[in-house]
Design a protein around this ligand. Structure first.
Ligand code: BG6
Ligand code: MG
Length: 225
């Protein structure tokens, strides 16, 4: 059971936690899938949460074989669609409660990091205007093995010079919760319990969630809010 004293930092996923870019990733893949005549539904997209670009495409292709050149072209095309969507992002696109929580964590003397598989992390946080709220950033360029491997969060913790047990990971993806647990981090799932049931604590989202709520929930553990 973690005590408040042992928790020193929070590591946030980006897409689907701080801003709803998870929807833009879906829209980008959906457009590509339609152009290629591939079946792809919102339900299929649930498997892609937190999954890197190439692995996401592989899940959409469901074993269909393409040349490496065609795979790279499709990844690039989806990213162009995604970049088109995020061009319009502004601080208004912060999900409710996210910025308030980041500010509260820092005001409490705890540290903050970002742990996102996205290679567009820098552009998104700059558009949201929140880069100064992070002490460390781990993104799609930081490590080879992405979620569900723990490497990305370990990279963030190393930048903070903290052990995983002193850090809480905030995630909307099952792959992200697996990564957190594989690395020995505390985990908070944000979304439906069916998706995030493996997390130590689950909240539907960050709306109205205060730092004290998270710490209290982690002390009680395994409670779905
Ligand atoms: C994750 C998203 O944060 O980043 C995934 O949840 C996405 O949907 C992955 O595929 C990689 O993002 P990008 O921007 O590098 O294609
Ligand atoms: Mg996410």
């Amino acid at each position: 059971m973690p005590s408040r004293l042992t928790i020193k930092a929070f590591i946030f996923d980006l897409d689907g936690v701080i801003t709803d870019t998870a929807e833009y990733h879906y829209q980008g893949w959906k457009r590509l899938a339609e152009e290629e005549g591939l079946p792809f539904t919102r339900a299929d997209n649930e498997q892609l949460r937190g999954v890197p670009r190439r692995e996401s495409l592989q899940l959409i292709l469901k074993g269909r074989r393409y040349t490496e050149q065609k795979i790279l072209e499709m990844m690039d095309r989806k990213n162009r669609y995604y970049l088109g969507f995020i061009r319009a992002i502004s601080p208004r696109d912060l999900l409710p409660g996210a910025k308030e929580l980041l500010e509260k964590i820092r005001a409490a003397g705890l540290r903050t990091a970002l742990g996102s598989a996205s290679k567009n992390t820098g552009e998104v946080i700059d558009r949201l205007g929140i880069r100064p709220l992070f002490d460390a950033i781990a993104d799609g360029y930081s490590v080879e093995r992405q979620k569900p491997a723990p490497d990305l969060f370990l990279h963030a913790a190393a930048q903070l010079a903290l052990p995983p047990a002193a850090c809480v990971v905030e995630e909307d993806a099952a792959a992200g919760i697996q990564a957190a647990q594989a690395g020995g981090f505390h985990s908070v799932g944000l979304g439906p319990a069916e998706r995030l049931g493996q997390a130590e604590v689950v909240f539907p989202n960050l709306t109205g969630v205060h730092l004290a709520d998270i710490l209290t929930a982690l002390e009680g553990e395994n409670k779905v809010r």
